[in-house]
Design a protein around this ligand. Structure first.
Ligand code: NAG
Ligand code: NAG
Ligand code: NAG
Length: 361
């Protein structure tokens, strides 16, 4: 089981509640019941674990410069040492060979924005570092479908990432320009060919100015210059939900939606009013609750999912990720300035993939 309690207190709980955290660790250690079906893997806390990280990121050849924090100079490495500890049970550890054997012959696809790419990269590293060196992994880009696919030849498993910022379509209209169509999903025809789908969208819904990749937004018969973005997000998700209802055979395809991945630009949300980024964050929050509360967008996600009659699972990563103000690249990336939106690989997305592993295996 390997809880390192001394390290947990020293490395984990910076705050005044050392005793509180120690209690969590102790009760975690005594109340472990194994994989009970009722166990809620999503409520828990982060504990220091000397055996972490799950792999050495320098051994993973696929990490993009956006996420390769150590390569780009991060030297405080405690952020790699935290393991997610559900309150009433244990999260099974990710096992690459077991995952691929269980998924033999299947196609898995992550669909969404760069957070989906982030998770796909972590999955590549988890699998690459757990397979024997002679295993054959083929990478293939399909520009027509904006897809990158890794095929694990020995298992006939393919794992793709399909980049789609909004899930709904952006269509070029010769008269007015790019239109974000809240009621249309044409890429669904590519997606539904998979056995496992993991969706996510959120990052781009509030983009404005040059970073906004559309000129008009269409809702029903109205074409507007702009609208309330949370309403637009809700509409887009409802279109996605209707698409799942009408087009997905859930007997064949397992569907996940990933909860909102939080950013850390507003210190007030973690009791450091005035702080405007994650540059100085080196430890997670202690305990299970985030002072800033659940993001409104996550409430919208949960509301839309609760209205779907087909089985769709929420990969409920929001709260656990909010606690990880220390796990972003901050300035240690080869891409752009301060990044408190994406996540270092190795790092937090490895836990998201362990949750996916637990749900699938
Ligand atoms: C997601 O997890 C959080 C933290 O455990 C919890 O508060 C929330 O109710 C969960 N959401 C769903 C839909 O299960
Ligand atoms: C890209 O994907 C499409 C749709 O699945 C397929 O028809 C096409 O052959 C693929 N192109 C390449 C170069 O693999
Ligand atoms: C954040 O501050 C509030 C109000 O001062 C306090 O009640 C709460 O315990 C603090 N939370 C953490 C995690 O420090």
């Amino acid at each position: 089981m390997g809880l390192k309690m001394g390290g947990g207190i020293e490395g984990g709980c910076w705050c005044t509640v050392v005793v509180f955290c120690a209690l969590i660790i102790v009760s975690g250690a005594t109340a472990l019941s194994g994989g009970s079906d009722e166990c809620d893997l999503y409520s828990g806390s982060w504990v220091y674990d000397e055996s972490y990280p799950m792999y050495d990121s320098s051994k993973c050849p696929h990490i993009r410069r956006e996420y390769d924090c150590i390569k780009f100079g991060r030297t405080d490495l405690n952020y790699l040492k935290y393991r997610w500890q559900p309150t009433n049970c244990n999260l099974p550890s990710f096992n690459g060979e077991e995952f691929l054997s269980k998924m033999r012959g299947k196609k898995i696809m992550f669909v969404g924005d760069s957070i989906s790419v982030n998770q796909w990269q972590s999955m590549m590293c988890l699998l690459h570092t757990s397979l024997p060196p002679q295993s054959i992994i083929n990478f293939h880009d399909n520009i027509t479908t904006s897809t990158t696919t890794a095929t694990f030849e020995d298992y006939e498993v393919s794992i793709s990432v399909f980049l789609s910022h909004y899930l709904v379509d952006i269509v070029e209209d010769p008269n007015i320009g790019r239109v974000l169509k809240l009621d249309s999903i044409t890429n669904g025809n590519v997606w539904k060919d998979n056995d496992v789908l993991i969706f996510n969208t959120w990052l781009w819904w509030y983009r404005r100015g040059e970073k906004q990749p559309w000129d008009y937004i269409q809702i029903g018969k109205s074409v507007l210059k702009d609208m309330d973005r949370m309403v637009a997000f809700h509409e887009g998700l409802k279109t996605w939900a209707n698409w799942v209802e009408s087009d997905i055979d859930t007997e064949k395809t397992t569907v996940f939606f990933q909860g909102v991945s939080p950013n850390h630009y507003n210190g007030a949300a973690w009791n450091e009013t005035g702080v405007t980024n994650c540059a100085k964050e080196t430890v997670p929050m202690c305990g299970s609750t985030y002072p800033g509360g659940m993001p409104m967008a996550e409430m919208v996600v949960e509301q839309v999912l609760s209205g779907i009659t087909k089985p769709v699972s929420l990969l409920n990563i929001t709260t656990m990720s909010q606690l990880r103000k220390d796990a972003h690249p901050s300035r240690f990336n080869g891409f752009r300035g301060m990044d408190c939106t994406h996540w270092c690989v190795a790092g937090l997305p490895d836990t998201w993939n362990s949750l996916l592993f637990a749900a699938l295996v």
